[in-house]
Every structure is written in structure tokens, then in C-alpha cells.
Design a protein. Structure first.
Length: 187
């Protein structure tokens, strides 16, 4: 027990007694998550047909990726017709969401977006955790062309020149408590 590597010995004892070896603690970090989703995508895909929809979706992805690059966002996933991205600051995420929303209008599309800041678990190139779920729920409540943010984001960007209008307090599915949400009104 008085050796230099007591932690390794304790891990071996724990595995012997429990039959389980613990892995390293997950890597966690503070991040701002941005979710976007194309409004009315199923209807648009049905109207256009598969080939034309695929082309439009590719152009949408190009536009959003351009804005992610401009605002230093990191693309995590493009499940279906939406994006999950992370940012090291909430103001950049909000500005990116607004810019992407405006840019896709030239394609005849509207997106909804949600932004939340919290601690996430990093798993390779992916992020997980309750902050990710909250960001997805916030985005799901946004209307066409709207960027919704949690109170956390609103509080963190104080002094940035970004304006908000209150949307109210909402129950987010699977997340305890009421969550105050705000729509971006001015950037």
C-alpha cells in the first residue's frame, strides 16, 4: 500500500471484489449547443421528390456549414435535416443560428433553432448529456425562422448587444422544472 502506484493496486482490488473494472471518468466540458431543423421538411420532400429534395438538402447543409465555419462552430451531427453543433461561446452560437436562418431563406427554406449552454460529456467526436437534451427540446419549441435560447444563454450573453423577447416558462420533456425561454429579437 505504500508503493508509488496505489491507485492501480486499488483498481485491481476493486475489480477482484466487484468483477467490474471502472473506466476513466468521462471527459466533461462547458459548451454551447445549437440545434437546427428544417421546418416542413417532410412536406417539401414529398412535393419535390427524392432527387430534388436531396439536392436542396445538400445546398442547405452547405449554407449551414458555411455559417458554422464563420462563427467557429463544430459540427457534431446532421441527423436528417438538422444540425447539432457546439460552440465555445453562446454569443457565437446565437449569431450563427440567426445567420443560418437568414441564409437558408434564399433556398426557400425556413429553419428553427435552439441554443443552450451547459456541461456536456465528450465521447470521441460526439457530445452527450442533459445539456444536449435541453438544447434539442428548446429547438423543438421554436417556430419557423425563430431562434430560441434558454435563460442560461440569455444571461451569459448580457452586454453582447443581442436582444431577446420573453417566450415564457416551459416544461421540457424529461427535464425537471420549468425552463424560461427567450426568442432572439435583435443581433
Amino acid at each position: 500500500m505504500w508503493c508509488d502506484d496505489a491507485e492501480s493496486i486499488l483498481q485491481e482490488v476493486e475489480e477482484f471484489l466487484t468483477g467490474v473494472r471502472r473506466g476513466p471518468d468521462p471527459d466533461r466540458m462547458l459548451a454551447t449547443v445549437l440545434f437546427t431543423d428544417i421546418v416542413g421538411s417532410t412536406e417539401t420532400a414529398s412535393r419535390l421528390g427524392d432527387r430534388a429534395w436531396r439536392g436542396l438538402l445538400d445546398r442547405h447543409h452547405d449554407v449551414v456549414r458555411t455559417e458554422l465555419g464563420r462563427w467557429r462552430g463544430r459540427e457534431i451531427d446532421t441527423a436528417g435535416d438538422g444540425f447539432l453543433a457546439t460552440f465555445d461561446g453562446p454569443a457565437r452560437a446565437v449569431r450563427c443560428a440567426v445567420a443560418a436562418s437568414r441564409s437558408v431563406q434564399a433556398l426557400g427554406l425556413q429553419i428553427r433553432a435552439g441554443v443552450h449552454t451547459g456541461e456536456v460529456e465528450v465521447a470521441g467526436d460526439d457530445v452527450r448529456g442533459i445539456a444536449v437534451h435541453i438544447g434539442a427540446r428548446v429547438a423543438g419549441l421554436a417556430g419557423a425562422g425563430e431562434v430560441l435560447v434558454s435563460r442560461t444563454v440569455r444571461d451569459l450573453v448580457a452586454g453582447s448587444g443581442i436582444g431577446f423577447s420573453e417566450r415564457g416558462t416551459f416544461e421540457l420533456k424529461g427535464v425537471p422544472g420549468g425552463w424560461e425561454l427567450y426568442a432572439v429579437a435583435d443581433v
